[in-house]
Design a protein around this ligand. Structure first.
Ligand code: GTP
Ligand code: MG
Length: 299
């Protein structure tokens, strides 16, 4: 039997910079990035290809201690991904001291026989003392193969990071199979729909305050890709009637702003004119409905 290609999972606390690293390493816009924690809520896989070799990178939600059902489902996604990942990259920000979430994750990862790399991100934001302390702390863990510190925004040590992932590329026999083009087209349209949803979610994170973005999920009602235009109808689904008013805003200003931000990003991503219509719906208390949460967090 052929051994599947290698999969590197990027894990860590929320806001550590996992999605920023994934976008850099894949050189694509695969995951949305925001300033707020818990931006990524799905397992996002992207395949890197080099000649006849490939490697999967997976972006994951941040591990958290919150007792909310939503966070528990995200934590389950993370721990389930351990089984089918071959290498772990634990991502930790240089801005903060070692967190409880990182220690717990590291303990869980150490139980497997798989390689662990520690990547310290955002070194442009942390100070040298904190960085040294962090490196010293993690050096105690013999299971960690290597510690690398980088800044994606200031382009620090990124070549070293790329060299680190190079040995994990593996010969990929599927790449020779011409039958996969149909499958790839199917994946492409699925990815496009997911990406639209994510860009709208990003706009919600940027336009609405505090907890409200976490109370909204997005559904794409229709997606019509025409020659010079893409038409998208999307639903913003919130958990309470009172939230609907805030999302729409006075004279519809808020929803208009969400639409404008999202449309601009979608236009630059698809390089086409976008017609985006947003509607707001209430799904009362969806936030405590396990079935809905599973639907949102599963691709
Ligand atoms: N200054 C600086 N900021 C960074 C760097 N890398 C990421 N960030 C910022 O850190 C914030 C969080 O980045 P993300 O990549 O979304 O973090 P994440 O770990 O995917 O977060 P979740 O999906 O919420 O778990 C964003 O505002 C990024 O712009 C870096 O190297 N330097
Ligand atoms: Mg993320």
């Amino acid at each position: 039997m052929l051994k599947k290609i290698n999969t590197i999972a990027l894990l860590g606390a929320s806001n550590a910079g996992k999605s920023t690293l994934i976008n850099f390493l894949t050189n694509k816009y695969v995951s949305i990035i925001t300033k707020k924690p818990q931006t990524t809520i799905n397992i996002i896989t992207s395949k890197l290809i080099k000649k006849n070799q490939s490697l999967n990178l997976i972006d994951l939600p941040g591990f958290s201690f919150e007792k909310k059902l939503f966070n528990q489902v995200l934590n389950d996604l993370i721990t389930n991904s351990f089984k089918w990942s071959d290498v772990f990259f634990l991502i930790s920000t240089a801005e903060k001291i070692v967190s409880k979430a990182e220690i717990i994750l590291l303990k869980k990862l150490s139980l497997s026989q798989k390689k662990i790399y520690l990547i310290i991100t955002k070194i442009d934001l942390g100070n040298k003392n904190l960085l040294d302390q962090k490196i010293k702390y993690f050096q105690k863990y013999k299971k960690i193969e290597k510690i690398i510190w980088v800044s994606v925004l200031k382009n620090k040590n990124l070549d070293l990071l790329k060299q680190t992932i190079n040995p994990f590329f593996k010969k990929d026999f599927e790449l020779k199979n011409t039958d996969i083009s149909n499958h790839n087209n199917f994946l492409k349209s699925k990815q496009e729909l997911f990406f639209c949803k994510e860009i709208i979610r990003k706009s919600i994170f940027e336009s609405l305050q505090k907890e409200l973005p976490y109370q909204i999920y997005v559904e794409i009602e229709s997606f019509s890709n025409q020659e010079n235009l893409i038409k998208i109808d999307a639903l913003l689904i919130c958990a309470k009637k009172s939230q609907k008013k805030i999302i729409i805003g006075s004279k519809g200003e808020k929803i208009k702003q969400i639409g404008i931000f999202a449309r601009k990003e979608l236009e630059s991503y698809f390089e086409k004119k976008i017609y985006l219509a947003l509607f707001v719906k209430v799904d009362l208390n969806w936030i405590s409905n396990l079935k809905t949460i599973k639907k949102i967090t599963t691709l």
